[in-house]
Design a protein. Structure first.
Length: 96
């Protein structure tokens, strides 16, 4: 089953390791390895690498190192590309 996680519900600026840890605690009760996880960044203006390290990377690792993402601004996309490279995860970017 596809599970779309709307990241904007956590804010339009997603930064900070501690905030990322808190968000991941919330998400971990809501997703399982059986879900087809899609992170939707519609409305998110900025993403910090420390936040992504604590949320995107663990979710990708839950899915064998691959995560689907969509609705990226240029700055969010650039951050995610760097995080993916640093952590050896694969981003599957859904095009509009």
């Amino acid at each position: 089953m596809e599970k779309i996680i709307e990241m904007k519900k956590y804010g339009i600026v997603l930064t900070g390791r501690e905030f990322g840890i808190d968000v991941m605690k919330t998400l971990s009760t809501d997703v399982s390895s059986q879900d087809e996880i899609v992170l939707d960044f519609k409305g998110v203006a900025s993403l910090g690498s420390s936040f992504a390290d604590e949320v995107v990377v663990p979710l990708a690792n839950l899915k064998s190192g691959t995560i689907k993402i969509k609705n990226l601004s240029v700055s969010v996309k650039n951050c995610l590309i760097e995080v993916a490279k640093d952590n050896s995860i694969i981003l599957k970017i859904e095009q509009k």
